[in-house]
Design a protein around this ligand. Structure first.
Ligand code: UDP
Length: 194
């Protein structure tokens, strides 16, 4: 079930169904996935900037992150069931990855923040497989990170560069990667790093 708001096709399902029916099966089938969680700022950015719109149009799924999207859906009389915050998707996926021994790669935030985030996440999830991590201040043309991902083949790649940079990185390298769930997570590492 989908609802289109300003040309963006949002998933209209519960968080539970998003995991059970879409994300977990795709992870287990090694189906490459690009997930976008969009709030009103993202919708406006896509409306204004063609290059960003083209990036986001490559997403397999766009999830309504933010009450503004839910409100907009009600106004156009195609109500979206619930808002699914990207931060919650990330934390839930990390827990699932630990339980199921799926490996994670974490790109983004300032160097110290990224380091603190990794320390914290390993404390919270001692059995988590961390395929690798890198801070977020690098040139998008730098192949260092994509090459590292090709070598380590993570199941989940969290990209915390903020929009539009995170989507620019994901879409730039998406075609050359064979597997993984990729999602932009904005300032989430900062939140967990504290
Ligand atoms: N960031 C980064 N590289 C950059 C610009 C930003 O890694 O070149 C990081 C920044 O340190 C922060 C995150 O991206 O951790 C952006 O967070 P913000 O709250 O701006 O994103 P939003 O959640 O609003 O999309």
């Amino acid at each position: 079930d989908f609802v289109t708001i300003m040309d963006m096709k949002f998933l209209n399902i519960s968080k539970n169904d998003l995991f059970q029916d879409i994300i977990y099966p795709r992870l287990h089938n090694n189906e490459k996935t690009y997930l976008v969680t969009a709030n009103p700022e993202i919708v406006m950015l896509a409306k204004e900037k063609r290059d960003f719109r083209d990036m986001v149009s490559r997403a397999d799924y766009i999830v309504p992150d933010g009450t503004g999207i839910v409100i907009a859906s009600k106004i156009i009389k195609q109500p979206i069931e619930e808002r699914i915050p990207g931060f919650e998707i990330m934390t839930e996926l990390i827990g699932y990855a630990e339980e199921n021994q799926l490996s994670c790669y974490f790109i983004g935030a300032e160097e110290q923040v990224n380091r603190r985030f990794i320390t914290k996440i390993k404390e919270l999830h001692p059995n988590l497989l961390v395929a690798g991590s890198h801070h977020g201040f690098f040139d998008l043309n730098d192949r260092h990170i994509v090459d590292s991902i090709k070598r380590t083949e993570p199941d989940l790649v969290f990209v915390a560069l903020g929009a539009p940079r995170q989507d620019a990185w994901i879409t730039k390298y998406y075609d050359e990667l064979d597997k993984g769930l990729f999602m932009g997570v904005g300032g989430s590492f900062d939140v967990i790093a504290g």
